[in-house]
Write a protein that binds this ligand. Structure first.
Ligand code: FAD
Length: 502
């Protein structure tokens, strides 16, 4: 397993307890506890027993957010298997918030037609999930390699046979495995303004692209509308749950301008347009009407109080930030990639669940649902992908293939911090919430320049993912979901398909 977020750890826990036993190892580039999962706030969307809600409604909300590009079978797997996985996590020891009678508390978030988001510690859901899974992995998995950076896939005779990796002390190794599961998370660090932690550099997608493994939907980078506007990077997130509980969005003149419960892409676009109109770099979230803010949202209260704001009195400065990449390594419904021996799950994967835009709180759920499916498929002896889920697009069903961009060879030794900064700023300016052919082209020139001038492997991964995103965003001459082209503002039926970079 590569990665120690909800996806990698869920797979490791399932594999370690499987009969007959599998020999399992977890490799991760920082400490086991470090991941985007740890930062997840709002919670997990799942229809749990006794709800008025139904899985059909959860399915319908997910399909609506995905703007025509979700794979309905993948979404059905997500919503039907999700509740069992949440209950298993509770059985493992994760403590979710409950009312006085012991019933799980449920919040409503943007794009959800019912309150169905279960959460922990107010808005510290990811930390609690990570705690429970890390504890289980430390107790049950014998090989845990921390501080090891996976560099590339080992491909021999048309099969993935493990990875090459290097340690922070300079040590390099080839780690061989019969099955390799990539669960390396997202790529928010491709942008200058992001909610993602420093590890989210798209390494898994970059490794896949170098090995010729198909990747899709990478143009759909979701921007979270309400990141705290503050020099801290990653930007502290003001969870959607605040808007679910009645917090209001206000422009520079203090006026409301959008329905706060619209999906993220709609809100981010409305905010970006208003910021351009009013020539400001942030707007406001007014949570002054929320009662018991500190008690209900202790993590958020701590971040805003740290910068001297009192949420009961002050409006909170906000701006959209890169948050979640809906695409990734194309998989079938069991998490199999197109390369035998290589599997993917969690944010790094494109299962087809999110389409053009992820519904809030469906991503922790996706990791929890698809990770055990990988293990079960391996135990059943499955060794090849089937044309199901997003993998259908690779077989020409609802997909269009586009060439993987080739980056120029590296002949420089530019400082990695500067190079990363140049790339991130160019991506935010030219390939952020609003894009055009002109801005994408200018951004590609910066990305090529960075790739040619800096040999650092993480920077190179950022450039590889950025180039794939730019090419797909250029080809997709329409606006859909999280992808908005100012020169093609309408949705077009010609693009009711997945762009597969290969
Ligand atoms: C601030 C914030 C709030 C969020 N809130 C929610 C929410 O409320 N609900 C929800 O559903 N989702 C939320 N999300 C999204 C969600 O947290 C992520 O999509 C999800 O946790 C991804 O899990 P993962 O296991 O795929 O990846 P991650 O949790 O990112 O884990 C990836 C792991 O891979 C490791 N890794 C990466 N590259 C390498 C490499 N080259 N070699 C070795 N190891 C590597 C990393 O160190 C890390 O351990 C939020 C995200 C953020 C950033």
């Amino acid at each position: 397993m590569l990665g120690s977020g909800v996806a990698g750890l869920s797979a490791a826990v399932r594999a370690a307890s499987a009969e007959p036993g599998l020999r399992v190892g977890v490799l991760t580039k920082a400490d086991l506890e470090q991941s985007a999962t740890r930062w997840a706030q709002g919670g997990v969307a799942a229809v749990l027993g006794g709800d008025e809600d139904s899985t059909d409604l959860h399915l319908a909300d997910t399909l609506a957010a995905g703007a025509g590009l979700c794979d309905a079978d993948a979404v059905r797997v997500l919503v039907q298997e999700g509740p069992t996985r949440v209950n298993e996590l509770i059985a493992l020891g994760a403590v979710f918030d409950r009312d006085h009678e012991g019933r799980l508390l449920k919040a409503r978030e943007g794009g959800h037609s019912m309150p169905r988001i279960v959460h922990a510690g107010g808005a510290a859901t990811g930390a609690e999930i990570e705690r429970a899974l890390v504890e289980a992995v430390r107790a049950n998995v014998s090989v845990v390699l921390e501080g090891w950076f996976a560099l590339d896939l080992v491909v021999e005779d048309g099969r993935c046979r493990g990875v090459t990796a290097c340690h922070s002390d300079g040590n390099r190794r080839t780690l061989r495995a019969t099955h390799t599961l990539v669960a390396t998370g997202g790529a928010g660090q491709v942008f200058a303004v992001t909610t993602n932690p420093t590890q989210a550099t798209g390494d898994g997608v970059a490794m896949a692209l170098r090995a010729g493994v198909p990747v899709a939907d990478v143009e759909f980078m979701q921007f979270h509308p309400t990141a705290l506007h503050h020099p801290a990077m990653p930007r502290p997130l003001l969870s959607e749950a605040l808007r679910g509980h009645g917090a209001l969005l206000r422009d520079a003149k203090g006026e409301r301008f959008v329905d706060e419960l619209q999906p993220r892409d709609v809100v981010s676009r409305a905010m970006t347009a208003r910021m351009l109109d009013q020539d400001v770099d942030h707007l406001w979230l007014d949570a002054t009407g929320l009662e018991r803010f500190d008690e209900r949202f202790p993590t958020i209260a701590a971040s805003v109080r740290e910068i001297g704001l009192d949420p009961s009195r002050d409006w909170l400065p906000i701006a959209p930030a890169a948050h979640y990449v809906s695409g990734g390594i194309v998989t079938d419904l069991d998490g199999a990639s197109a390369l035998p021996g290589l599997w993917a799950c969690g944010e790094v994967a494109c299962t087809g669940v999110h389409g053009a835009n992820r519904l809030a709180s469906n991503s922790l759920l996706e990791g929890m649902v698809f990770a055990p499916r990988v293990v079960e498929a391996i135990l059943r002896g499955v060794d090849r992908p089937t044309p199901t889920g997003a993998m259908r697009a690779v077989h020409g069903d609802g997909g269009r293939r586009i060439e993987r961009p080739t980056l120029p060879p590296c002949d420089g030794n530019a400082d990695a911090v500067d190079a990363r900064d140049r790339l991130q700023r160019a991506m935010t300016a030219g390939a952020g919430v609003l894009r055009s052919a002109e801005s994408l082209d200018a951004t590609m020139q910066v990305v090529e320049n960075v790739a040619a001038s800096c040999a650092d492997p993480e920077v190179h991964n950022l450039a590889t993912v950025a180039a794939a995103l730019l090419v797909a965003a250029e080809v997709r001459q329409e606006s859909r979901g999280a992808h908005t082209r100012t020169d093609f503002p309408d949705t077009s039926d010609d693009f009711l398909l997945r762009l597969v970079v290969q």
